[in-house]
Design a protein around this ligand. Structure first.
Ligand SMILES: Cc1cc2nc3c(=O)[nH]c(=O)nc-3n(C[C@H](O)[C@H](O)[C@H](O)COP(=O)(O)O)c2cc1C
Length: 342
């Protein structure tokens, strides 16, 4: 099935799939594999925090695209647009200077990204989990929404995709919607398209790609975990985040205590406390992905239920697309059978 719509055309990609940005997971090899597979590969700028790293990866991806016109994918950057992200302004400037073609914004006010990206024709999709935030992003002129639903890896939304996507579609019929959360096979993609999404954003499935450089223990953790092993914790960034419920995650607990809550809501302490929580959380996650670390904190979504292997990105994508075709065929046959039996 060839899918061509406003999202695939505006983002200049062949397949309606975004390889979702994943803190500490997304890397250059994954982005190149996404481009080769016809997808949009997006990485968080925060994965390249050392001096010169972000510039370097952006130069490499630009060159890769230019030297491989036969590959039908593209690349983009995810920016955490919150005042508590100390690198936000610096990273935004680097991305704009390098004319990044696509952005996904998360958590805060995306206005500066939208204005600057539009000055050279780049597109900006905003992570949204409810209609209020989507309304703000739409007023600022975003080009699309990443509808982040329940069960997504990382900062999951509170609502299921089968409510969030149609509701966004109803309120903003002209704005492309990409469904994120719990999608790891062709049936999941078909269901998202049937809800009104123009594409899907898939994270957890690609942690178990051969290009991903997380530890084997983390990848095995994804294979072993079931959907009920995924828990939401406020301990890493202050915002509920889905992780595998390892013994260390249990030991840390999942909720902020009353004092932490006070500091993160108080007008004067809010910004600095959130920054501190995030820096601590990042450090814990970074330590946890090192091999042989028993303090295992592994970010993943409920789609772990459907993931049983580690494969090259290209094979994962080809399988997703084959499954999508099969799911579509099967649905047509089943609907026909229902009609005939009436
Ligand atoms: C390990 C991991 C790290 C993530 N880090 C980020 C991030 O830095 N920024 C962001 O916007 N979303 C982040 N996400 C969320 C993904 O971009 C995407 O919304 C999510 O993975 C989709 O759900 P799925 O994992 O069920 O496919 C992360 C997800 C995972 C699994």
């Amino acid at each position: 099935m060839k899918i061509s719509n406003k999202m695939t055309q505006e983002l200049n990609i062949e397949q309606p799939i975004i390889m979702a940005p994943m803190f500490l997971v997304s890397n250059e090899a994954m982005m190149k594999a996404a481009i080769e597979s016809g997808m949009m590969g997006v990485f968080p700028s925060l994965n390249f925090r050392n001096e010169g790293e972000l510039e370097n990866v952006l130069n490499n991806l630009k060159e890769y695209k230019e030297t491989h016109p036969e590959f039908s994918g593209n690349y983009g950057v995810n920016l955490i647009v919150q005042r508590s992200n100390p690198l936000y302004e610096k990273h935004l400037k680097i991305c704009i200077d390098h004319k990044v073609p696509f952005y996904i914004t998360s958590l805060g006010n995306p206005k500066p990204v939208i204005d600057l990206a539009h000055s050279y024709g780049a597109k900006v999709y905003c992570d949204v989990t409810n209609i209020d935030h989507a309304t703000k992003c739409a007023k600022l002129g975003c080009d699309g929404f990443i509808a982040v639903g329940q069960g997504a890896g990382g900062h999951a939304g509170p609502s299921p995709l089968h409510l969030l996507v149609p509701s966004l579609k109803y309120h903003f019929p002209e704005i492309p919607i990409v469904a994120a959360g719990g999608i790891a096979n062709g049936k999941g993609i078909l269901s998202a398209l049937s809800l009104g999404a123009m594409g899907v954003s898939i994270g957890t499935r690609f942690i178990n790609s051969t290009e991903s450089s997380v530890s084997n223990a983390y990848k095995q953790g994804i294979i072993d975990a079931k959907m009920e092993d995924i828990v939401l914790t406020e301990k890493l960034s202050g915002t509920p985040c889905n992780i595998i419920n390892t013994p260390y995650a249990k030991k840390l607990g999942y909720k902020q205590n009353w004092f932490e809550k006070l500091l993160s809501t108080n007008k004067t302490t809010k910004k600095y406390f959130k920054m501190l929580v995030q820096i601590n959380g990042m450090k814990k996650l970074e330590d946890a992905i090192r091999p042989n670390n028993y303090k295992t904190l592994w970010c993943a979504g409920q789609s772990v239920e459907l993931i049983n292997d580690i494969l090259p990105t290209k094979e994962i994508t080809e399988r997703l697309l084959r499954e999508l075709d099969e799911a579509y065929e099967l649905l047509q046959q089943e609907l026909l059978a229902v009609n005939l039996s009436k």
